[in-house]
Design a protein around this ligand. Structure first.
Ligand code: FAD
Length: 484
């Protein structure tokens, strides 16, 4: 009996639920990854995530070659429509079953349902397991059996349910004997980016170590800092967070392993670890929101907010373009967008600030910002991104109340007081004094002159007045509230 393990967003060999179940059940196991043209075709031709995935596959392939007892081991990599090429491969290999881990995004669920049908027609089973989250959508429910739409009670219930059992690693290495050599015609190296139709990006210039080894290195580094996480996490110039999000996104890190480490540390009294564990709970929380309310992908969680009249037409396009390109005249917002555009990462505090700025200072529909982040973020995850945007736009479950509007200048003064982060991404403002860097239009002419900054030339004037925008936003939201 033989089996095929289909890797998707779980690009590691250790602590891998589907691989473990396949290795235990079958005597011969092959591993495959499909570069799915349905996902790749709409992407821009240079995409850091495609390169990140490719790097992870090269590592996965090397580890499989080294682990498979007979020569010819390694990863099978296909390029095509997954719904076509995956069942065809399973058929060619004459496996009895395909194993994969659950993917919760609506498009992935639809794809998996189609694959299940095609495999069934061939007499092949599809077994899927939980792997990507600690608790799936229906594992943490209210006493009445409903789903949670507020985070704090969800977190309380999540922590109450947590038990070492759920965080135990799947010991795949114990059963590695079942890994089978690939048939000769499938012993091909992982395709180059160009073969997939993609150009290289600046990924390798960024401090973003790839693959499971990269995740391990980041984790080692973070464990030295985790106790201070609560104090440092909000300051974008500091190395506060873990930077593990891209690894959680593509499964080069195991969420069980991370949660286990944090949980142990938290129980030993580390407040930083306790707060960090909560972030992993947010991750599960937004996954279950998406599962129970798939309409959030295109609609407000709170339906009355779908009636909001956002800015529209050319005016909105202009505002949106300035936001995307970091030309709003608000240094913290512009520096954050530069970080996103240059690296594919943005600090969490800045995701909140820039998202709030787009919706509440520029009055642009949150869905446009959500789509822009989706294209740019290395760690883009539909559930977390949608949840974060709806939180910032006050349209979501457990959202920030609409009348609490971030002030982009005071956020800057509070979280980047010395302007270190701003200077890193906006070198044209580097010479402004700390007090002036948060709102250059308020600087004295001598300060601007001494710093070599001419507003409107080296750096834009503010695109809107925050105070006026705030009033407009209050009216925009209040109007909706009164009709609903
Ligand atoms: P850490 O602070 O080290 O957090 C550890 C892990 O917890 C993260 O890697 C992530 O997996 C999870 N996490 C942390 N915060 C959240 C959160 N609020 N919601 C869900 N999971 C969380 N996160 C994504 O992974 N993908 C996204 O597409 C995404 N889009 C966002 C959009 C907006 C508007 C906002 C406000 C937040 C978004 N987040 C998203 C959440 C958060 O900003 C990132 O997870 C975090 O900045 C990643 O950096 P880190 O790994 O260093 O975080």
């Amino acid at each position: 009996d033989s089996a095929l393990v289909w890797f998707r967003r779980d690009l590691r060999l250790h602590d891998h639920a589907a691989l473990y179940h396949a290795l235990k059940a079958a005597r011969r196991v092959w591993c495959v990854f499909v570069f799915d043209t349905e996902i790749l075709d709409p992407l821009p031709r240079a995409d850091r995530r495609v390169e990140f995935i490719r790097d992870a596959l090269v590592e996965l392939d090397a580890t499989l070659r080294a682990t498979t007892a007979q020569p010819g081991g390694g990863l099978i990599v296909l390029h095509g429509r997954a719904v076509d090429v995956l069942p065809a491969l399973a058929d060619t290999l004459h496996v009895q079953a395909v194993y994969a881990n659950h993917d919760y995004e609506p498009a992935a669920k639809a794809r998996d349902a189609q694959v299940l049908g095609r495999l069934a027609d061939l007499g092949i089973m599809l077994h899927t397991s939980k792997d990507q989250v600690v608790f799936e959508a229906d594992e943490v429910l209210t006493a009445a059996g409903g789903s949670y739409s507020v985070f704090t009670p969800y977190k309380t219930a999540w922590l109450r349910k947590l038990d070492g059992y759920y965080l135990r690693a799947y010991p795949t290495e114990r059963y590695a004997d079942a890994l089978a050599p690939r048939p000769p015609e499938l012993q091909r190296p992982v395709p180059m980016l160009a073969e997939l139709g993609f150009a290289p990006t600046n990924l390798h210039e960024l401090q973003m170590p790839p693959g499971a080894q990269g995740a391990e290195a980041l984790l080692d580094d973070f464990l030295d800092r985790i106790d201070r996480y609560e104090d440092s996490r909000n300051f974008p110039a500091l190395k506060g967070p873990s930077y593990l999000s891209v690894h959680l996104r593509f499964g080069t890190a195991s969420v069980r392993h991370l949660a286990r480490l944090a949980w142990d540390r938290a129980r030993a009294g580390s407040r930083g670890a306790e707060v960090w564990l909560s972030e992993l709970v947010w991750r599960d929380f937004y996954h279950q929101v998406l599962h129970h309310h798939p309409r959030v992908v295109t609609h407000s969680f709170k339906p009355e907010y779908d009636a909001i009249r956002w800015e529209h037409g050319k005016h909105a396009d202009k505002l949106f373009a300035a936001w995307c390109e970091g030309r709003t005249g608000y240094p913290l917002v512009d520096a954050a967008m530069a970080q996103l555009n240059q690296t594919g990462y943005m600090h969490n505090r800045l995701r909140m600030v820039t998202a709030s700025f787009l919706c509440k200072d520029l009055g642009v529909d949150w869905r446009r910002g959500e789509r822009y982040f989706a294209l740019q973020l290395n760690d883009y995850d539909l559930a977390a991104n949608n949840g974060g945007w709806q939180w910032a736009a006050s349209t979501g479950c457990d959202a920030q109340p609409y009348f609490r509007i971030f002030n982009p200048v005071s956020q800057s003064q509070k979280f980047d007081a010395e302007g270190k982060f701003i200077r890193r991404y906006l070198p044209q403002l580097a010479k402004l004094p700390d007090a002036a860097i948060h709102a250059p239009w308020l600087a004295r002419p001598v300060e601007l002159a001494a710093a070599g900054v001419t507003l409107g030339q080296d750096y834009p004037e503010p695109i809107v007045s925050h105070e006026d925008a705030r009033q407009r936003t209050l009216q925009r939201y209040a109007g909706v509230k009164s009709v609903s």
